[in-house]
Write a protein that binds this ligand. Structure first.
Ligand code: 3PG
Length: 216
């Protein structure tokens, strides 16, 4: 898959809903009801971070949930990419970008949102052909004002900012010309998962889904 094709696919995916839930699944029993709760709340894009032992199995289970589009986050190595693909991930997300990781995503045909935090990193992605990326860790690297500033010289790259994004600041990002959607873990809080509060998670997703979508 070319970087151009990957960017087109991830761009379309980012425009499906204003928020991509970032999920850390510790208990496999949570996978299906969590995916159902988020899809019911209008957030079909689901990023399962490869940070827990059951993450790949969770992707397998969540990929069966009707309406969901399940991807793998925290891709760090080519082995992560291969494992995510095998588990049925439809997209990938990585906190940063290395040539080896990008080559693996291209070879595996996994459309991936590669991470970037600086102008040089965004330029490196653009040189390779990527025009859709993740801005991470968004709040800690200057937040929406920093991302807006990157958009002045490099308007051709669009972002999903992630890291410290919440209902309180999502609009700051969604109003920017170079933002397609935001990512965040706030729609699936650890305590609600532990309590099995799926209705509560659906309510959080509904509220997130009501955030005004950028006109892109
Ligand atoms: C992550 O990869 O951890 C994401 O950026 C989520 O960040 P958040 O927990 O601050 O939403």
């Amino acid at each position: 898959m070319t970087p151009q094709d990957a960017s087109q696919i991830t761009r379309d995916m980012c425009l499906i809903a204003p928020v991509i839930p970032v999920l850390v699944i510790e208990d496999l029993a949570h996978a299906r009801p969590l995916a159902e709760a988020l899809v019911a709340g209008g957030l079909p894009m689901l990023e399962v971070t490869l940070r827990t032992p059951c993450a790949l199995e969770a992707i397998r289970i969540m990929a069966q949930v009707p309406g969901g589009i399940v991807g793998a986050g925290t891709l760090l190595t080519p082995a992560d990419v291969a494992a995510a693909r095998l588990a049925g991930a439809k997209f990938g997300v990585s906190p940063g970008s290395t040539p080896r990781l990008l080559a693996a995503c291209e070879a595996e045909g996994l459309p991936t949102l590669p991470g970037a935090a600086t102008a040089s990193e965004v330029m490196a992605l653009l040189e390779r052909g990527y025009t859709t990326a993740k801005f991470f860790p968004a709040e800690n690297i200057g937040g929406a004002p920093a991302l807006k500033s990157l958009g002045a010289p490099i308007p051709q790259v669009s972002f999903c900012p992630t890291g410290g994004v919440s209902m309180a600041n999502a609009m700051d990002y969604l109003g920017l010309a170079n933002v397609l959607c935001v990512g965040g873990s706030w729609v699936a809080p650890k305590a609600m998962l532990a309590a099995g509060d799926w209705a509560g998670i659906t309510a959080l997703a509904q509220a997130a889904n009501r955030l005004p979508r950028p006109a892109k």
